[in-house]
Ligand binder design. Sequence first.
Ligand SMILES: C[S@@+](CC[C@H](N)C(=O)[O-])C[C@H]1O[C@@H](n2cnc3c(N)ncnc32)[C@H](O)[C@@H]1O
Length: 242
Amino acid sequence: MPHPPIEPRVTPTGITLSHVESLYRKYENDLRQVRAEQRAVRHRNPTLKAQLDDLEAEITYLLVRDNRPEVAVEIGSLHGWSTNWLLRALRDNGTGRLFTHDLIDNARRNVAPELAAGRWTFVHGDARQTLREHGHDIDYLFIDAAHTAKFARWFVGELFPTVRSGVPVSVHDVFHGRRPWPLSEGRVVLSWLAERHAAYFTASRAAAPPVNEALTVLKAALDLTERVHDGRDDPMLFFRMP
Ligand SMILES: C[S@@+](CC[C@H](N)C(=O)[O-])C[C@H]1O[C@@H](n2cnc3c(N)ncnc32)[C@H](O)[C@@H]1O
């Protein structure tokens, strides 16, 4: 069904290194607390599979704090690692709901009831069906699901047109190297952005070493160096919906 044109609500701030640095400074104390909570989640459940690396998880947290979404949609939660980061940002905002879509429901076991209460809805199934004609006014879109070109063609073709301009979007596993693999999800999204002359941001160690280094230095200055997760690739792509 065609969707009516969607207008931006506010003039959004671009996702740039200087903006992300300013968010680290602004939310430094809340982030320190959330990092400790996330470490405790892993400590309590050593078998929990966690995908998001620290920088990309923290940037996600900071963008949710900065944008104060009323409706956040997550596609791909696995054991709930990213879900916990997103829910803590909504909790700290004091507003907003998260709708998580996944083929498997393991995340349900790893989200504390007090964190979920009143703000989390888990939708079990294939996002291509469960988000069909979804009716949400999405304010933050987080995608970490099937990393295939086919899945990406679905979300750029059918989901993106339902999201208004200016909304922050993150797509995981794009920049494990300097460029996304050919025929991958990342290649499809980057081509879609290039056709629209849209800017993007990444802290990927391989694709944006100066950004990665600058944020690592800033975190050291803020005493946020103790690792939450072992991964150091940070392959997430961030952009605002053009
Ligand atoms: C890489 S994992 C997500 C990792 C998680 N975000 C984290 O931070 O640990 C990918 C998840 O996407 C889910 N997935 C794959 N294809 C999907 C689809 N079509 N609809 C919904 N979920 C899907 C998988 O079941 C899996 O749990």
